[in-house]
Write a protein that binds this ligand. Structure first.
Ligand code: F6R
Length: 606
């Protein structure tokens, strides 16, 4: 994780813009931050533990002088989140400064060698080997440029690096291996950054680097070389249109709340993704002998639901798998006849990318659904669909989850049609019904917000929550549980309701809140039985069910009435109250829902 940015201007200071970019990268990690600039032949560094805004005031980031600089926001892997371990890191003489996103696997071996040669290390990070190793090559007579190439050729693992040095004060070097890095170009100067969004205030013209590439930026030019051959690579600058509105909370207290309320609008975009790409993907899915759908966290919940939808609507069997488990579970059966559909909001989750890399090496077809243009996922897929949910800043996924579901519904419909499993009439009916979903979500938001706020107040001090659902609602129970535990830190369980009596029921005692996701579909009858089982053990029942369902209402201590919805599409509106429930509970407990502890939005370490 971690976010890095580097800016080189011809004739203005970079510090203010580094802070702007850094704040847009804060979703990648936020336990500490730092900036290094080059000024009057020296490297100046300010860094510490804490959030960027606080550090900006405390350390005066924005007033640091210099036209060349690099910056970092950290999610700790090696070494506690404190000042010493915060980036940038330097060599012994403070002539080389480095920011890094990723993990250098062989840092111990390099560190021991450098310590034997007399290098003094200040931090516990893996990153610090990089400036010292470059320094060592320079001592041995290499130019700065060659020293960087020699040094990074020795690194194993994942790394996006930004490097500045007093040896070449008019240069920033960027290196990409497995962690993302893009180059930005503008009339005023050059940029590197972990993502395109963070460059959006400065330029739309970008070059996406590939693994093994090193870029040397100077005021008005850039040169890219590819390792290990060191050949020069010519890459074209792409113009990427990014909506910059996302950076504003637009009056909401938190991004998460804004993003929950944005769903009626952005769901319209996801439902309307281009038919052409859906058709291409459907064609490839239909041709495959087996289809795996992979994802991590919330995206895995979308994968699970996608698998159910594809089975119901397109009669296509697919295997949903948590990305990090994919290779060990199914590696031996992946072949040229397999397709892997990867779901990833960021398109950069390393567990997903590793699974894909493996599947690709076995000649499988790679497909993707993502919210991030020009992400690594988009570059490795045979076909990908951009879900158009607009950038999501809150660490907890909300609008991008419902956007993923909308795309999966559309994909299932197109695949069902192609496979002859849906009649034109059924297809037309589904098209009409799915078009109503953004409106249904709007109604839910208008109607339940106050009620859910009150529920959060009532239940915020519970020791734990249990979330139960059946069929299409089981992934929604999982997602409600994940939202709750990740931002409130209240331990929570989710189970298929039918499975609850095979163990989890032993946790039930008087007053334990059990949340049932109970839309009016084929599971409702059985869910009633599960509610009765929990009531018999004095659990407190919170139910999301159809507004006209008086039986459910009477069985529940708290009933959240949901508008009537086409049963197949119930997961989208039904997850919304659960997002709000987690959000309001977190706020009442004094947690920051946008930046939960220990988490980061883009998980780029294995
Ligand atoms: C939960 C959450 C994470 C992500 C997961 C995958 O709210 O946001 O669980 O869903 O890290 O991220 P992507 O979708 O970017 O691959």
């Amino acid at each position: 994780m971690c976010g890095i940015i580097g800016i080189l201007y011809r004739d203005k200071s970079v510090a203010k813009d580094l802070v702007t970019g850094l704040k847009l990268l804060e979703y990648r990690g936020y336990d500490s931050a730092g900036i290094a600039t080059l000024s009057n032949g020296s490297i100046l560094i300010e860094k510490d533990k804490g959030r960027i805004d606080e550090l900006n005031v405390k350390l005066g980031f924005e007033s640091m002088p210099g036209c060349v600089g690099i910056a970092h926001t950290r999610w700790a892997t090696h070494g506690a989140p404190d000042k010493i371990n915060a980036h940038p890191h330097t060599d012994c003489e403070n002539r080389i400064a480095v920011v890094h996103n990723g993990i250098i696997d062989n840092y111990n071996e390099i560190k021991s060698e450098l310590v034997r040669k007399g290098h003094i290390f200040k931090s516990l990070t893996d990153t610090e080997v990089v400036p010292h190793l470059i320094e060592e090559y320079i001592k041995n007579g290499y130019s700065f440029r060659d020293a960087v190439i020699e040094a990074v050729s020795r690194l194993e693992g994942a790394y996006a690096l930004g490097i500045i040095s007093t040896y070449e004060p008019g240069m920033i070097v960027g290196v990409k291996q497995l962690s993302p890095l893009v180059v930005g170009v503008s009339d005023e100067g050059m940029f590197i950054a972990s993502d395109i969004n963070s460059l959006s205030p400065f330029t739309k013209d970008v070059i996406v680097l590939d693994d093994g590439e090193v870029v040397f930026l100077t005021g008005d030019s850039y040169e890219i070389v590819r390792l290990p051959t060191r050949e020069r690579v010519v890459k074209k600058v792409e113009r990427i249109e990014i909506d910059t509105q996302f950076a504003d909370k637009e009056g909401y207290v938190h991004y998460m709340l804004k993003e929950i309320f944005e769903q009626p609008v952005v769901l319209n975009y996801s439902i309307r993704v281009q038919e052409h790409y859906l058709n291409l993907m459907a064609e490839l899915l239909d041709r495959s002998k087996e289809v795996f759908i992979i994802g991590a966290g919330t995206s895995y919940h979308a994968a699970l639901l996608g698998s159910i939808i594809l089975s119901r609507v397109a009669r296509l069997t697919t295997i949903p798998v948590i990305a990090s488990e994919f290779v060990s579970r199914y590696g031996d059966v992946v072949s040229v006849d397999s397709s892997v559909l990867a779901i990833s909001q960021s398109g950069e989750t390393i567990d997903v990318l590793k699974a894909i890399e493996f599947a690709k090496s076995r000649a499988a077809t790679i497909l993707g659904i993502t919210n991030t243009l020009a992400s690594t996922l988009t570059r490795v897929c045979r076909v990908y669909i951009h879900q158009h949910s607009l950038p999501e800043i809150g660490v907890a996924a909300t609008k991008t989850f419902t956007g993923q579901l909308a795309v999966l519904y559309r994909l299932a419909m197109v695949t069902g049609k192609k496979r002859g499993k849906l009649s034109q009439r059924e297809m037309d009916e589904m098209k009409v019904e799915i078009a109503k979903i953004p409106g249904v979500v709007k109604t839910v938001l208008d109607r339940v917000d106050q009620q859910v706020r009150a529920l959060a107040k009532k239940y915020k001090d519970t020791r734990y929550f249990v979330f139960l659902g059946r069929g299409l609602s089981y992934p929604i129970a999982l997602e409600g549980r994940l939202k709750m535990l990740e931002i409130t830190y209240i331990p929570s369980l989710a189970y298929p309701a039918g499975e609850s009596k095979h163990g989890p029921i032993s946790l039930i005692e008087k007053g334990v809140p059990v949340v049932f996701v109970a839309p009016p579909d084929e599971t409702r009858k059985l869910i009633i039985g599960n509610i009765e089982e929990m009531r018999a053990r004095n659990a407190t029942i919170i139910t999301l069910g159809d507004e006209g369902d008086n039986e459910l209402r009477e069985l529940s201590d708290d009933f959240i009435p949901m508008p009537r919805v086409y049963p197949l599409f119930s997961p989208i509106p039904y997850v919304v109250p659960l997002q709000l429930f987690a959000y309001y509970t977190a706020v009442l407990l004094g947690r920051d829902p946008d930046k939960p502890r220990n988490l980061a939005k883009s998980v780029t370490v294995l």
